[in-house]
Write a protein that binds this ligand. Sequence first.
Ligand code: SAH
Ligand code: SF4
Length: 371
Amino acid sequence: MRFMRKQACKPQLPGMTATELTALLTQWGEPRFRAKQILDWRNKGILKPGLMSNLPIHLRNYLEKFVDCCPLRLVRRETSRDGTRKYVFSLHSPRMSGKMIESVMIPENNRVTVCLSSQVGCVLDCPFCHTGTQGFTGNLNKGEIIAQVLGIMQDLNEDPLPPDLHQNVTHIVYMGMGEPLANESGVHGSLALLLDPEGLNISRRRITVSTSGLIPQIERLGAHYPVNLAISLHAADDKLRDVLVPINRKYPLADLRRCLDRFPLGHQRHITLEYVLLDQVNDRECDLEALSRFVRPHRERVNLIQFNPYPGSPYSGTPKERMNEFAQRLISKGIRATVRRSRGQDIMAACGQLKADVANKMGHRVSGEEN
Ligand code: SAH
Ligand code: SF4
């Protein structure tokens, strides 16, 4: 059979659409309704064919043999005192074999947010970000991105959260390792599956893509997948942003401004401007003034992020009190500003500390928000 010759690049179950799976099953001579049965399992985070109890044994065997049902292997899970769980997954496709990524699950009483990685490392080299200092070693495909969500669902099935917390994944943020918009094929493919009613069926209001500001890619995202947008602004002055977010040299603030003004926003939605507060670097009076001039208060809100240091990091964070003061000053200018509360700090699960190699000490960016 033709599908037997292509073992090296088996189709990945987590990334398959209903159409793709139906086509494969038809090739195997199976009835179409089996696709729905398999996807119902998959969409609940059940990826092992052996557990798909309504499938005939021969079909479970076919899936085992000819489909890559779990492209990620859970290597380690750590749970923070605040309930945040950090997952280290290894990749095993021939393309990515042996590489590691991290994902984070942040539980709250009314929601569960999953923070996804889109690349191994990042090429963009923002000097305050640990991922950026490690170089880039590969893009995740849509199956590897969705498999993070499914792997976390599976973990929640096996080890449920305490009853006072929400039990199911409700929100997705692309704020893990990598620059999502530098991996459009993987990220667009994964967004399509998250939004697909036959896929994970998550509302676009509950999905957020964070980017350092790749303008053509933001425009394409808005045109095809108008999910929530978060921009890593970090400075509202070109000279400073050229240093903190080096992609600014290619896409300067005036261009970013025009791009954000055109980004499609639904009723009551807004763009988030992320701003890591670095002591005496971007938290001065002049920085506050520049930021206030940049923000469009009716369309945008500012999310102030506490800097998470990592070994050898060249910056230190603005003290908590001054962060609150900075937020208050923005609010007094009519700008909606929140301070992001770091979650999972005791397990190194905080923004910008991510490392790709499990042999090294790993951390991750993850956060909730508070006013
Ligand atoms: N590459 C994308 C998405 C991942 S980063 C981006 O840059 O937007 C998610 C957020 O964490 C970004 O706003 C990023 O700037 C921020 N971040 C990176 N390093 C950090 C650090 N050391 N402390 C706090 N936030 C950090
Ligand atoms: Fe890459 Fe984002 Fe880190 Fe910049 S902040 S280096 S874009 S992951």
